[in-house]
Design a protein around this ligand. Structure first.
Ligand SMILES: Nc1nc2c(ncn2[C@@H]2O[C@H](COP(=O)(O)OP(=O)(O)OP(=O)(O)O)[C@@H](O)[C@H]2O)c(=O)[nH]1
Ligand SMILES: [Mg+2]
Length: 718
């Protein structure tokens, strides 16, 4: 393969809602580009993109697939991304390294919530979008409605470059209003006959042609002047205008295809070659310290690893983009995260499961390598003396959590190892052992996401696992002042034990004044603070501990033991065994024994006094609350709202947003279990949501009762 320069490379993320036809389109483009000898299909499970067993099992893409096509002396790198909302992690990885997003829209379904979500990610990353309306051969294709939806969501920036003449089962003609010609395909698709625009289409074509010229001219003052002078623009001038509009995200041109029938695919590739911005035309990428690195093939070699896949018999394949310079086979690079030296022993251009060896790749290009020692997603690898470091890719917060365990206990270790490897491949899958819940918690983007992971472990790694309901990380706190005292005394056999502790406890709030006096047993008792310790608890919230002992009735050396006893109870709250938080404790009195007092005595006295006080201090269970944002089409709004009401949601606001309704709510984590699945079934997959931890709130009384009765306190005395 020839080595392409930055001006000959275009990186395109194929994005769009689930099943819109991205993989089928990628297949057609690679076939037309001569990379594969025949087109596979999703149903025959033989596409270049969906080559993993899990993708064939589910009939949809799960991971981003790096592909390419050589077309008219340019290299078009494609990343075919999964459309299901659950796999948005792959979309984000792809968009990060793409110059342009090609948004595949299903002409039957129009603009879907998936289209909307993905376009938000593209916007965040400032990537141009080209729309491609697919499935025009489908009997229910509705191009006009799709465009209407697109304009409602994306505004006037949506401009037609093509329209279908005869959508539906007989589809085989498209009018192109940039080139002002009509294409007509034979049933096998591919290369069309190029025909003049027929009389009956002229008026419509002229009108759209003028609209396109105007939209193109608007992006450049010089073009605008030319347009006013001549009343028209040449094809090349239009292309320049469209390119400028794309880069500024001021124009979203629309194309037509039937990916399945390979119709209009070649023309689309021609457009990508002629108009889509190449790597050199894009502004370059900012490093973490704010330097913009242009795609310069003569610069210092630097690559950014954006995706990793673990292949049987081969190990890790790292996919990267050359951010600067020219990367050659055999180059020695330094990993900027861990300073490890890595040799690029082999370099590949990738077309899904097919890899072609190449000897070098220049700035802007995407490729793969194998056998790196300690390189992960998000790492920058540099040639000597280069110090660039590119920011990590940000993935969305998880939306679905489950506990997981191996069916056979003996497999636990292997399962954990496989799951950690899976996180390497898919950074949106999180694996964490929770010491608090004593469960291995898996979180990801949805039930479908985790189910595909489960399938892979069971089929690829032969480990049977099961999902278990994850426990909720409750917290405990108190709501009022309470006093308690406890004497620990033991005299049987050997040395005795003696320790007595008197304490008051009260709810801690930020900025409260230091304690001066408490009413204890109806009497005002002055507090004189001898010592104060403030702890930011690892599980959130605080513990403030005051030593207010007067006259040395407990020696200061026993204070750490008392605190330890309290901490033990804080770690295993008296109500439900959950962590306690936001409590202020004053030790104000007690007793020692000259011989029998020791640390263990005071630890136990402290622990019991605290437990006792806690129970009298209006104790409450707290539960984690999440900020939830749901994006839903107007017609499903009512159903989604009533479902939220059953989840103890507090609606914080509503808004209309690009043709969708946005609901903002606060919802307890307990009620969010399987929400992704429920929302999808309520709305037929037309809605999406995000969730983010907001804080802890008290649970309602009846739920507290339930939790208390299911927790049998085991408070043995050691
Ligand atoms: N009629 C028709 N069907 C199509 C066309 N393109 C794709 N399909 C069908 O639509 C289904 C989904 O196609 P895919 O290519 O897997 O879609 P995708 O966007 O890659 O899907 P995900 O990876 O799951 O997001 C398959 O059954 C395809 O055969 C088309 O142009 N016309
Ligand atoms: Mg796909």
């Amino acid at each position: 393969m020839k080595t392409y320069s930055p001006s000959e490379i275009k990186n395109i993320a194929l994005v769009g809602s689930a099943g819109s036809g991205k993989t089928t389109l990628a297949e057609a483009m690679m076939y037309e580009g001569g990379v594969i000898p025949r087109r596979g299909s999703v149903s025959a499970k033989n596409t270049a993109s969906d080559y993993r067993p899990v993708e064939q099992e589910y009939g949809s893409s799960v991971f981003p697939a790096v592909l390419y096509a050589e077309w008219k002396n340019q290299k078009l790198n494609f990343i075919d991304t999964p459309g299901a909302d659950d796999f948005v992690g792959g979309v984000i990885s792809a968009l990060n390294v793409a110059d342009t997003a090609v948004m595949v829209v299903n002409a039957v379904k129009g603009i879907e919530v998936g289209t909307e979500i993905i376009s938000r990610h593209a916007k965040k990353l400032n990537k141009p979008i080209i729309f491609i309306v697919n499935q025009l051969d489908h009997e229910k294709a509705n191009f006009e409605q799709t465009i209407e939806h697109a304009k409602a969501s994306f505004g006037k920036k949506v401009v037609l470059v093509q329209y279908p003449v005869n959508q539906g089962t007989g589809f085989n003609m498209v009018v192109d209003v940039l080139k002002m010609e009509m294409y007509k395909w034979k049933p096998e698709g591919g290369k069309p006959d190029v025909l003049p625009i027929p009389e009956e289409e002229k008026e419509k074509a002229d009108e759209l042609h003028n609209a396109l010229i105007e939209a193109a001219a608007e992006n450049d003052d010089k073009l605008m002047e030319l347009y006013f002078e001549k009343g028209s623009l040449t094809e090349d001038e239009m292309r320049a205008g469209i390119r400028a509009g794309l880069i500024k995200r001021d124009m979203f041109p629309v194309f037509c295809v039937s990916a399945e029938k390979d119709m209009c695919v070649r023309r689309f590739m021609e457009f990508l070659v002629n108009v889509a911005p190449n790597a050199a035309a894009m502004p370059g990428t900012e490093t973490i310290d704010g330097t913009t690195v242009p795609y310069d093939e003569n610069g210092a070699a630097s690559i950014f690893v954006f995706s990793t896949s673990i292949e049987p018999h081969l190990g890790d394949i790292n996919y990267f983009k050359v951010m600067s310079g020219t990367l050659k086979e055999g180059d020695d690079l330094t990993n900027m995260t861990n300073e490890n030296k890595e040799r690029i022993s082999q370099l590949f251009a990738v077309a899904g499961k097919n890899r072609m060896k190449v000897s070098e790749l220049k700035a802007g290009d995407i490729g793969a390598t194998v056998k790196l020692k300690a390189t992960r997603n998000g790492d920058t690898l540099n040639a000597k003396d280069c110090t660039y470091k590119f920011p990590l890719i940000k993935y969305p917060e998880p939306r679905f959590r489950t506990a997981v365990r191996a069916v056979n206990k003996g497999d636990d270790e292997k399962m954990a190892e496989v799951l950690n490897r899976m996180h390497e491949e898919d950074p949106s899958l999180l694996v964490e052992y929770s010491k608090e819940l004593k469960q291995l918690i898996l979180s990801g983007q949805g039930e479908f996401h985790l189910n595909t992971m489960k399938w892979r472990i069971e089929h690829n790694d032969k480990v049977a696992i099961e999902f278990v309901v994850p426990k909720i990380p409750y917290r405990e706190t108190i709501t009022k002042f309470a006093q308690a005292e406890y004497r620990h005394k033991k005299q049987s056999g050997g040395a005795g034990q003696f320790g007595e502790v008197h304490m008051v406890i009260e709810p801690y709030t930020e900025g409260m004044p230091e304690p001066t006096s408490y009413k204890i047993g109806g009497v005002d008792s002055k507090m004189s603070v001898k010592g104060k310790e403030e702890y930011d608890l690892p599980w959130g919230g605080k513990l403030i501990f005051y030593n207010c002992i007067v006259g040395g009735v407990i020696e200061a050396r026993f204070m750490p033991a008392i605190l330890k006893g309290i901490m033990e109870k804080m770690e295993e709250g008296p109500l439900t065994g959950s962590y306690a938080r936001d409590i202020r404790v004053c030790i104000y009195d007690g007793k020692m024994h000259p011989v029998d007092s020791n640390e263990i005595s005071f630890r136990l006295a402290g622990r019991h006094a605290f437990s006792e006080a806690f129970k009298n201090a209006g104790p409450k269970v707290l539960e984690p609350i999440y900020d939830v944002e749901v994006l839903v089409p107007e017609e499903d709004m009512g159903d989604v709202m009533s479902d939220l009401q059953t989840r103890r949601a507090i609606i914080m606001g509503m808004d209309s947003d690009n043709g969708f309704q946005k609901i903002m709510a606060k919802v307890p984590l307990k009620e969010m279990q399987r929400y992704s699945t429920a929302l999808s079934s309520i709305t037929g997959g037309r809605a999406t949501f995000s969730m983010k931890f907001a804080g802890y709130e008290k649970v309602p009384g009846e739920i507290q009762e339930e939790l208390l009765s299911s927790y049998k306190e085991s408070d043995d005395d050691e």
